[in-house]
Design a protein around this ligand. Structure first.
Ligand code: GUN
Length: 288
């Protein structure tokens, strides 16, 4: 079997187009412009790339984009003061603090200072609790993008066996909640899981979110399963170059799976598209 490729890049373009249409309507009918503020502390090169891309796509969708780039030695007080200002700013509907933060800043404290209604990342403890109890919340962008691709591919996910590899607060845990919400039988596997290959082999849906390049080989995949690869890892390639790979070994998994997301061009583009969608949602909820 050769897997169908789930084209996240094309799917994300359709999501962004819908967002742009919604933004235009909000402007015309309600004189509203959704606004997203992104806060970056420090100079992590990967974070800088993501933040630039978020700003560009926010503007392309017709929304207001504000970027705050702060020194690596910014104090917690200064960051909390900025977050309070953004919480109080009626033109800002979404606030995203890029993670990871420098080690001297308490991530939980900072994230929980964001107004939950503006927490477009869905990381605030209130949103985590709402998602966990199946209530209306802000949903973390990467798992939301994965869910949209899975629903698009399968229609109903009800009764499917899903294995999420990775237990991070950003991806693994919310992904498991979303799959449970769609009536999958969900297993969260991680570095201490016994017989990981056998656990993964039972899955109709595999979501790999561990941050280890090409960790999942094709012989762990049940024939016909759907593989969602959240990993974005840079590895050395021939000629002194580098290239991006996911958490699954693409070639061997694609030979067995029914469908698979590529890296790049799979989950990555969907994450930012969902961030834009969450910002529009926050704007609509804030304005009744
Ligand atoms: N760093 C890596 N992924 C994310 C994300 O989804 N949101 C934020 N705020 N930081 C990240």
């Amino acid at each position: 079997m050769t897997a169908q490729i789930i084209d996240g890049k094309a799917f994300a373009a359709t999501v962004r187009a819908k967002v742009a249409t919604h933004v235009a309507r909000l402007k015309e009918e309600n004189n509203l412009t959704p606004g997203l503020a992104v806060v970056l502390v420090g100079e992590d090169p990967a974070s800088q790339v993501y933040v630039r891309s978020k700003g560009k796509q926010t503007i392309e969708a017709g929304m207001k984009s504000v970027e705050h780039r702060l020194d690596p030695d910014t104090t917690e007080d200064a960051l909390l003061t900025l977050i309070k200002q953004l919480n109080d700013d009626a033109t800002i509907h979404g606030i995203l603090v890029q993670l990871p933060l420098p080690a001297h800043l308490d991530e939980d404290l900072v994230i929980n200072a964001i107004d939950p209604a503006k927490d477009v990342d869905g990381f605030h403890i209130s949103n985590v609790g709402l998602l966990g109890t199946g209530q209306k919340s802000m949903v973390p962008c990467t798992p939301l993008g994965c869910l949209m691709m899975l629903r698009d591919h399968h229609g109903s996910l009800s009764g499917l066996d899903a294995v999420v590899i990775g237990r991070s607060n950003i991806v693994g845990k919310p992904m498991a909640q979303l799959l449970l919400g769609d009536s999958c039988t969900v297993t969260i596997a991680h570095s201490r899981t016994k017989d990981l290959p056998d656990v993964v082999r039972r899955a109709d849906i595999v979501v790999a979110a561990v941050g280890r390049p090409q960790m999942v080989p094709g012989d762990w995949i049940k024939p016909g399963a759907t593989v969602i690869d959240v990993g974005i890892n840079r590895i050395d390639a021939e000629g002194g170059k580098t290239r991006l790979v996911g958490d699954v070994d693409y070639e061997s998994c694609a030979a067995v799976a029914g469908a698979i997301t590529p890296v790049p061009g799979g989950v990555g583009p969907m994450t930012i598209a969902c961030l834009l969608a969450n910002t529009v949602t926050a704007c609509c909820r804030a304005n009744g």
